[in-house]
Design a protein around this ligand. Sequence first.
Ligand code: AGP
Length: 622
Amino acid sequence: MCGIVGYIGLPEKTAEHDALAVLMEGLRRLEYRGYDSAGVATLSEGAVQSRKKSGKLVNLEEEIAQQPMRSASIGIGHTRWATHGGPTDQNAHPHLGDEGRLAVIHNGIIENFAELKERLLRDGHSFDSETDTEVAAKLLGTMLPEAGGDLTEAMRLASNELEGAFTLLAVHSDHPDQVVASRRNSPLVVGLGEGENFLGSDVSGFIDFTREAVELEQDQVVTITAADVRIIGFDGTPAQGRRFRVDWDAAAAEKGGFDTFMEKEIHEQPKAVEDTLLGRTDAQGRLVLDELRISPAELNEVSKIIVLACGTAAYAGTVAKYAIEHWCRIPVEVELAHEFRYRDPIIDDTTLIVSISQSGETMDTLMAVRYAKEQGARTLSICNTNGSTIPRESDAVLYLHAGPEIAVASTKAFLAMIAASYLLGLYLAQLRGMKFQGEIEDILADLHKIPAKIQEILDASDQIKDLARQMKDEPSVLFLGRHVGYPVAMEGALKLKELAYIHAEGFAAGELKHGPIALIEEGQPVFVVVPSPRGRDSLHSKVVSNIQEVRARGARTISVAESDDEAVSSYSESVFRVPETQPLLMPLLTTVPLQIFACALASEKGYDVDQPRNLAKSVTVE
Ligand code: AGP
């Protein structure tokens, strides 16, 4: 997620708070959000001054040193986490409109940017970048005449044309006394100073200057001057934000008030899934994965898919296997990347390699992708890091929009990988006519309901944390699942190993009687990921039988089951409830209690859940 700062101060404040210095300090505070380019714009002597560079803030600082900017008392600053368009100088923010008199920065994803861009191109506008932000800047500029030159009204009109998620900040050389901003489905807070006011994507952007803040609500436009703050709704009615005092220190502000990035990222999962789904359908509701860069004809030739990944990403790939095979009837193999290239795999030019990687830099996965390309396969990367090595070396990419994942153990990226894999499967089914449009729309409709359902689980997490406290001294925990619940069980075990350093093992529930059941003794904790009772009955009843089998041998069973599934209650010591959804979509919900459990238990043991021992966020060695 991008970092955003805005500033305006009385001219007499400039000696104490030069706008550029305030902006750069705010952007430094927002670096934790992860980014791959940065830029600033200030107003001085009736003109916009803008500097922007790919890479880290030091690159921007060098650019400014080489091309100094005049002193100013108003400006906007941005750190970009690339979504539409790679991390280049051209794609960095700010973007200009109204013939260079307007500078705009943006956080979010504008879902209808393609059709707006077509309209602006028809009207004679040209574009320097691939970004949705530049479209917003040009659109805002076209609204000024209709708004009678009023920047606030122009922002309100433009915001009503935009769909998706956006926080926009704008300054205009004709209005050197105001910064105007707008938000929908993306955060924005106001910082209140004396003779100066601030804007930030979160309080970190201005925490060094003020702790008095106002949180904006959905669909609001805010206009800040050095002396006041005015808020209106997108419908033009005056509005109030929520006033609060920031009592966090700067470090806590980076974690959004949570104690750890791990907890913050677990709670960011509704937005990570929502943002990954955003902007992937056209006005007719058809899936458009325009960044795929493999033609429909080539995709229709695919006879086999091989998923290459490691760790958590491999478990996401296993969920993808069940979904893609069911929807598309294409064989899908899931391979641990480090095993794949040494087993002389069968590959040809009708094989589609789908690599899944949060970092895009995992050496095992990268080397396997390179090997597969040498064998003639087409390669598609599902990745969370724009411009990283694996997507760069792949024929096509489907980016997650989970935002930077700081904690080493993956959580929100895992759910986003699964969501992106579902989109790929539905796109292939749409392309091959394996699903009617109505069927695809039904599944997409259920997918769009998932973020709110994840939030329900997060809101009811106290029961899970209580159990974690009770179980903190357990030496070993087993996890069982069937069908798409099997990779969830594997991921639940991995989270407990990674975070709490407890021996944990995931099994396919049907495998238990083929050996592992010998492990069951009195009091052995066993988590069971229970399929939907509305799915294929045999699966649900079979898993209930598995629960009975382990309980009969003294196991302590903890079930993760749908809210209306009463069958498991009498055989489970504890039941973590999740809202119901389609059986294939359940991993997006059943994973969450297992993440919360592992994080809470590790915290109870006093471990660093953000930087677990022996682990690296990106394993860049083979
Ligand atoms: C996830 O919790 C682990 N830290 C690890 O298994 C990770 O998923 C794996 O190393 C792959 O990383 P990637 O997604 O960046 O390729």
